[in-house]
Design a protein around this ligand. Structure first.
Ligand code: ZN
Length: 269
């Protein structure tokens, strides 16, 4: 049969004159997931020799599946696989993906092996001020803040714009951190006593992208280490973080599509 078919010269095939019209889909919120460390940088090492980079990557991929499943988010990972990515490059990748939220995942260690529980970090005021000063001093100010071309403004105005944007971003980050702590508690995930803390983590410094760093637990603590290596617990963490994102964005999972017979329950992005 194939031989009788007319052969179309590939190069002469006419392109469709009019592009089919499609209604633009509403823009999905973009969440950047940042599994800490990777490659030559293993992060901290647990009592059984498990590396932080491996644990946080497992949780990041579980979380990616969780967030993608409801078709309400687009997920961007700052590293795909066991690779070393510098901290500023992670922020740059998330900003390039136009992330609405940045979640860095880590696991901690402490000389006191009884210390355990999760902690949520946002950028500290002092670190934020340092960043603002450094940013304002940068020669190339183009496209520094989402939607604002700073080249059109004087240095003074630029400083004020950066400060205002950053203030708003920090407030959003803190609000998300509060929601995150609550979601962890609701899921029965143990946290440190002061579960929302502030520090000068470099990955939290984007002026226009709300960001948290989540220490999922302590690899130096045997109970925490066992949990962090446990798939069910990794899944529990992923669900808690996804629930926090839903509350933060006020998003609901898309209505389930009518059943189409057996098939994969979860569509991989
Ligand atoms: Zn770490």
């Amino acid at each position: 049969m194939g031989l009788a078919m007319p052969v179309l010269a590939r190069t002469e095939r006419a392109a469709p004159a009019v592009k089919p019209k499609t209604t633009p889909a509403p823009r999905l919120k973009v969440i950047a997931l940042d599994p800490g460390h990777g490659g030559a940088d293993p992060g901290t090492t647990g009592a059984t020799g498990m590396h932080e980079k491996t644990v946080v990557y497992a949780v990041a991929t579980a979380l990616e599946r969780e967030l993608s499943a409801g078709r309400r988010y687009r997920v961007a990972l700052t590293r795909r696989g066991d690779l070393f990515v510098p901290l500023r490059e992670r922020v740059a990748r998330a900003r390039a993906a136009k992330a609405d939220l940045f979640i860095s995942l880590h696991a901690d260690a402490h000389p006191d092996h009884s210390v355990r529980g999760a902690t949520v970090y946002t950028l500290s005021e002092a670190a934020s001020d340092r960043e603002a000063a450094a940013l304002a001093a940068k020669e190339n100010k183009a496209d520094l803040l989402a939607g604002v071309d700073l080249r059109r403004h004087t240095d003074d105005v630029t400083s004020v714009l950066i400060e205002l944007t950053q203030r708003g971003t920090i407030n959003q980050s803190r609000s998300f951190a509060g929601i995150m702590v609550d979601a962890l508690h609701r899921s029965g995930v143990a946290t440190l006593p002061r579960s929302h803390r502030q520090a000068g983590f470099a990955v939290l410094t984007a002026p226009d992208m709300p960001a948290i760093l989540l220490e999922l637990g302590y690899l130096s603590n045997r109970a925490d280490e066992r949990l962090l290596l446990n798939r069910a617990h990794q899944q529990k963490l992923a669900r808690a973080i996804a629930a926090a994102a839903d509350r933060y964005f006020g998003t609901q999972p898309a209505a389930p599509v009518a059943p189409q017979g057996p098939g994969p329950a979860v569509k991989k992005a």
